[in-house]
Ligand binder design. Structure first.
Ligand code: FES
Length: 119
């Protein structure tokens, strides 16, 4: 497993470790990413830190392909990272997530992270 890198392909965990409808904060990369297993069985990965303030999106509420920030309820589209509801104005980075042999792999975006001030 690649650890502490900012680009590349990383193995996160077995899909079975993340119950459907929940998120998982993976902090072996910088910045950490949030990996979601939707109720439909899809897997998505985005940067874990909200772009509004320093909150973990893995702790947010998952509904369909959207996650709601646990702090001020901004919503982000898991497929693109774009903002669907304020107060955040800037989208998070989205990463490509795949499942191979029951393991979740994430190909990290090479875009610059969009972290909130002070994070
Ligand atoms: S910290 Fe996420 S909306 Fe404010």
């Amino acid at each position: 497993m690649t650890s502490g890198s900012t680009a590349g392909l990383v193995r996160v965990c077995p899909l079975a470790d993340i119950p459907a409808g929940e998120g998982f904060r993976f902090d072996e990369v910088v910045p950490p990413i949030a990996v979601f297993h939707t109720d439909d069985g899809e897997v998505f990965a985005i940067d874990d830190t909200c772009t509004h303030q320093d909150a973990s999106l893995a702790d947010g509420w998952l509904a369909g392909c959207e996650v709601e920030c646990p702090l001020h309820a901004s919503k982000f589209d898991l497929r693109t990272g774009q903002v669907d509801a304020p107060p955040a104005k800037v989208g998070v980075r989205a990463h490509r997530a795949t499942v191979t042999d029951g393991e979740i792999w994430v190909e990290l975006s090479t875009d610059a992270p969009r972290l909130p001030p002070g994070a």
